[in-house]
Design a protein around this ligand. Structure first.
Ligand code: UDX
Length: 453
C-alpha cells in the first residue's frame, strides 16, 4: 500500500452513528495519504476495531450507566459526555504524548468532533494542535453562528404558529427550519452551541463533509465570521469506498438482493437515520401511505425508532404479504450501497447531513421530512436552493405521502427535480477528481496538518 509518513493523527468522534461514519471516513482518507490513525472512543457505542484493521483504537472511560446512556435527551447526553470524558481524555492524550520518544509514531494533530468542545482546551494545555470535524453542512453551521441574533429577533422558539414564517435575515429559511432539539433543560442546548462556536474559533481549522460547489456562499460566510481555515473535502464516503462498515447495527444485506429484482429507478427508499423516533400512529400512517403509493419501497424501521419495541406488530396484519413482494422492511440497511443501487429512484429522508450528502452523491431525489437539529436547514436547501427534492407538505397522512412519493419518483411534475439531482451528482463526482475543489481542499488539509508541527 501507500507509504507511511511518520505522523499520527488522533481522531475522537462523538458516539453517534451520524458522527462516527464521517470521522472514520476521514480516518480512511487520511490513512491513504500516509498518516497513522488512532481512534479514541467512548465505551458507550464503541466502533468495532475489527472493521478497521489499519487503525489503532483506545477507549475513553465515559462512566455512563444505562439510564444516563438513554437517547431521550440528546443535548443532555452530549453535555454529560463532555463532562465525563474530559479527565480520561486528557490522561490518554498525555500518555500518548509521553510515548513519543519510543516506538510510537509522533502525534501530528488531534481531530475531534466539534461537539466535543472541551478537547480544544486540553489540546492547548498539552501543546497538541487541534482540528475539528463538523459533521453537518456549512449552511446549518452558519445558522448556529447567527443563533443569538435569531433569538433576539424572536424567531426562537421555532415551533408554533410562526413556523411557516420566512426568516427575513436568512432566505429561504422558514422559522420552523431553525435548528431545535428537545431537551429537558433548554439552556443545555444554548450552552452546547456556545461551546461549539468557541471550540471552532479556538481550533486550527474545520473539516466539513461538503463541497464548494454545493455550499460556496455559506462556506464564504463561515470563513469570514469564524476566521479559521475550512476544508470542505466531501462527499467523504465517495473518497474511501471500502467494504468495511462503521455501522453500530448489523446491516441486513437481504435488501440488496431484493433491490436486484426491482425495475430501474422504481423504488422509494425510506429511512430516518439513527436517532429519530416516531409514534406508532405515525409508523402506521407511513405504512399505509407507502401501500397507497403503489410503488416498490425499502423501509428501514430501526429498533428503538418506534416507541413500542414490538414494532412490526403495529403494522396492519399481513401488511407486507398483501403487497405481494412490493415492499421490504429491514432494521438497518447498507445505506450507501442502497442509494447507489440502480433500482432506487427516490429517498424519503429526515435529512440528517450524511443521508443528504449520500443521496446527492448518487443523484437520488429526496422527499424531505426533517425531525430536529440541522435537518430543517438541510431539507430547506434540498427543496429550495438545490431543488433536488420536495418537502412532505400537508402532514404525515397517507394521501399526502402517496402523492409526494409519486411526484418525486414517477410523475412528470417531478421530472425537473430528477434531472437537477443528476446534474448535482456530476458536480459531486467532479469535485473529488484531480484538481477538483474537494481534492484541492484535501491537499490543503494535508499540508496544513504537516505545517502544524
Ligand atoms: C445525526 C443528525 O440527526 C444529523 O442531522 C447530523 O447531521 C449528524 O448526526 P442521523 O440522524 O443518524 O445523524 O442521520 P445521518 O446524518 O443521515 O446519519 C445516518 C448515517 O447512518 C448515514 O451515514 C447512513 O448512511 C447510515 N445509515 C442509516 C445506514 O448505514 N443504514 C441505515 O439503515 C440508516
Amino acid at each position: 500500500m501507500n507509504q507511511r509518513n511518520n505522523h499520527r493523527l488522533i481522531l475522537f468522534p462523538l458516539p453517534f452513528q451520524g458522527h462516527i461514519n464521517p470521522m472514520l471516513q476521514l480516518g480512511r482518507i487520511l490513512y491513504a495519504r500516509g498518516f497513522s490513525i488512532t481512534v479514541l472512543h467512548t465505551n458507550f457505542r464503541a466502533p468495532d476495531p475489527s472493521s478497521h484493521p489499519h487503525f489503532a483504537f483506545r477507549s475513553i472511560a465515559d462512566g455512563l450507566d444505562q439510564s444516563e446512556a438513554s437517547m431521550s435527551d440528546i443535548p443532555g447526553l452530549i453535555s454529560l459526555l463532555n463532562a465525563r470524558c474530559a479527565s480520561p481524555f486528557e490522561e490518554c492524550l498525555q500518555e500518548m504524548m509521553s510515548l513519543q520518544g519510543g516506538e510510537e509514531v509522533p502525534v501530528a494533530c488531534l481531530i475531534s468532533d466539534s461537539l466535543f468542545g472541551f478537547t480544544c482546551g486540553v489540546a492547548e494545555r498539552l501543546k497538541v494542535r487541534a482540528l475539528m470535524l463538523r459533521t453537518s453542512g456549512a449552511a446549518s453551521l452558519y445558522v448556529y453562528t447567527i443563533y443569538p441574533v435569531l433569538k433576539e429577533k424572536g424567531y426562537v422558539p421555532t415551533h408554533g404558529s410562526r413556523s411557516e414564517e420566512a426568516v427575513k435575515e436568512f432566505p429561504p429559511l422558514l422559522v420552523g427550519d431553525i435548528p431545535a432539539i428537545d431537551s429537558k433543560e433548554p439552556e443545555v442546548m444554548s450552552r452546547l452551541l456556545d461551546d461549539l462556536i468557541k471550540a471552532i474559533k479556538n481550533s486550527c481549522g474545520v473539516i466539513l463533509n461538503t463541497f464548494e460547489e454545493l455550499e460556496h456562499p455559506d462556506l464564504t460566510s463561515l470563513r469570514e465570521v469564524l476566521s479559521v481555515p475550512f476544508f470542505p473535502i466531501g462527499p467523504s464516503h465517495k473518497c474511501c469506498m471500502t467494504s468495511s462498515s462503521s455501522s453500530l447495527l448489523a446491516e441486513d444485506r437481504s435488501c440488496i438482493s431484493w433491490l436486484d429484482e426491482q425495475p430501474l429507478k422504481s423504488v422509494i427508499y425510506v429511512s430516518f437515520g439513527s436517532l429519530a423516533a416516531m409514534s406508532e400512529a405515525e409508523i402506521l400512517e407511513i405504512a399505509l401511505g407507502l401501500a397507497e403509493s403503489e410503488q416498490p419501497f425499502l423501509w428501514v424501521v430501526r429498533p428503538g425508532s418506534v416507541h413500542n419495541p414490538e414494532w412490526l406488530e403495529k403494522l396492519p396484519s399481513r401488511f407486507l404479504e398483501a403487497l405481494e413482494g412490493r415492499g421490504k422492511i429491514v432494521k438497518w440497511a447498507p445505506q450507501v450501497e442502497v442509494l447507489a443501487h440502480p433500482a432506487v429512484g427516490a429517498f424519503w429522508t429526515h435529512n440528517g447531513w450524511n443521508s443528504t450528502v449520500e443521496s446527492i452523491s448518487e443523484g437520488v431525489p429526496m422527499l424531505c421530512m426533517p425531525c430536529f437539529a440541522d435537518q430543517g436547514v438541510n431539507a430547506r436547501y434540498v427543496s429550495d436552493v438545490w431543488r433536488v427534492g420536495v418537502h412532505l407538505n400537508g402532514g404525515l397522512e397517507r394521501e399526502n405521502i402517496a402523492r409526494a412519493i409519486k411526484r418525486v419518483l414517477v410523475d412528470r411534475e417531478g421530472e425537473d427535480i430528477r434531472q437537477r439531482a443528476l446534474v448535482l451528482k456530476e458536480k459531486a463526482i467532479v469535485c473529488l477528481g484531480q484538481g477538483g475543489s474537494s481534492y484541492q481542499a484535501l491537499d490543503a488539509l494535508v499540508s496544513h496538518i504537516l505545517s502544524c508541527e
